[in-house]
Design a protein around this ligand. Structure first.
Ligand SMILES: NC(=O)c1ccc[n+]([C@@H]2O[C@H](COP(=O)([O-])OP(=O)(O)OC[C@H]3O[C@@H](n4cnc5c(N)ncnc54)[C@H](O)[C@@H]3O)[C@@H](O)[C@H]2O)c1
Length: 386
């Protein structure tokens, strides 16, 4: 095979954004699209000569594709993924790979039965030069044993108009959550990519519809604890417009401070912190320290980078940047934060996946929320929002 016939399932905001760069991806042949509204895909049929379907499962069963890119609302990701594997198709799934860790696990188990297929998650922030620099430093041992990690993420500001733009958005039934399941899957994935999954969410505060007319969370403050005693904080909101996005990873050997758009700073300790504090005879001394500033520089290939990597993995066995199976770690961490915040109690990881399913089903069953009239303002330009 020298070309991968790719079908896009879900031609909304994100499906459209993906299609725009397809002609730049070597080895990708765009052959099919599925969306319930044929008017939306009419132009694609004319311009790209693709086959259009009104349902993702029709596309999967059509024989027109070798691989699918799933860009529907989240709850549909696992059943479409399972159907694609059954049909012997490679899967590139938008984030999150599922709404619950339980559903994600089912896709991972199904994939194990088809190891010849590629299963990739659209965790496009893994290609960001800033986050790649952080990952490289950690892998090189620049931080050493983790002491503390803190991430304040206020770059996900969303208006009420955004939440009103789709019937499924920001409802328990249609989306399964708010900022943790829609915007933060990127950060939760990176968080686990950098420092692993904590063992416990010791406490989380989640604000349900605190700043917007929605029923799901638009603010989260979570305290975390790691196996070695290291601590963490994860703070986010869709109602703060500062754009602050600051990650601090503190370890025995050094500290990383990263903010997209700025150089990544590594504060290196001359002597590991713990050794110094235990052995220094001085009362107010600190370890010697130097600062390295890393200019990320390179351009971020973003979504195209992940799609290229997916195609190259199929055609040439290239190593995946974002194997979908890794997506369960951040997803489960988000599930745990939500459960901790709602129940006002600590939640251990790995979580009791049935317990979270129960919590979510209760939220759906007991929902009395009335969504405002959905305003269909057409597809939005997502550039700069992810
Ligand atoms: N990676 C990123 O940076 C990023 C950014 C935005 C959205 N997303 C993800 O993309 C997904 C879609 O988000 P969106 O903003 O594009 O939503 P959207 O509502 O704009 O688009 C979803 C589309 O899927 C269609 N659809 C629903 N069920 C379908 C089915 N069974 N078969 C075919 N089409 C179906 C809908 O009609 C709609 O056109 C979400 O999971 C979201 O988290 C990812």
């Amino acid at each position: 095979m020298d070309q991968v016939r790719l079908g896009v399932i879900g031609y909304g905001n994100m499906g459209r954004s993906h299609v725009k760069y397809f002609d730049q991806v070597k080895g990708l042949k765009f052959t099919a699209v599925a969306d319930p509204d044929p008017k939306e895909t009419e132009l694609l049929v004319k311009e790209h000569g693709v086959k259009a379907f009104t349902d993702g499962y029709e596309l999967i069963n059509s024989g027109e594709v070798d691989a699918v890119l799933i860009a529907t609302p989240h709850y549909d990701h696992p059943p479409l993924t399972l159907a694609a594997f059954e049909k012997g198709l490679h899967v590139l799934c938008e984030k999150p790979i599922a709404v619950t860790a339980k559903a994600a696990q089912e896709t991972i188990e199904a994939h194990k039965k088809h190891p010849e297929l590629i299963y990739c998650g659209m965790f496009n922030q893994r290609t960001s030069p800033t986050w790649r620099a952080v990952k490289r430093l950690i892998d090189e041992g620049a931080v050493g044993e983790l002491i503390r990690v803190g991430w304040t993420i206020q770059g996900w500001f969303r208006t009420q108009a955004y939440y009103d733009s789709g019937g499924w958005r920001a409802t328990w039934k249609g989306e399964g959550g708010g900022v943790l399941i829609n915007q933060c899957p990127h950060n939760l994935d990176l968080f686990c990519w950098f420092v692993g999954q904590p063992k416990r969410v010791t406490a989380a505060q989640v604000g349900l519809g605190k700043y917007h007319h929605i029923e799901v969370e638009d603010e989260v403050n979570a305290l975390l604890e790691f196996e070695n005693g290291a601590t963490g904080t994860f703070v986010t909101s869709t109602a703060e417009c500062s754009g602050i996005n600051r990650l601090e990873i503190v370890g025995d050997n050094g500290t990383i401070i990263a903010e997209p758009g700025k150089p990544v700073r590594l504060l290196r300790n001359g002597t590991p912190t713990r050794e110094f504090l235990a052995t220094s005879p001085e009362r107010f001394a600190t370890p010697s320290r130097d600062t390295i500033s890393i200019e990320p520089g390179e351009k971020d290939p973003g979504h195209r980078g992940i799609t290229e990597n997916f195609i190259n993995a199929i055609l040439h066995g290239e190593k995946l940047i974002a194997p979908a199976a890794e997506g369960i770690l951040g997803l489960e961490l988000g599930n745990a934060m939500l459960m901790s915040g709602l129940k006002h109690q600590p939640v251990d990881l790995p979580t009791d996946r049935n317990a979270f399913e129960g919590v979510l089903q209760d939220l759906i069953k007991n929902s009395t929320f009335k969504k405002r009239e959905v305003k269909n303002t057409g597809a939005a330009d997502l550039a700069g929002t992810y």
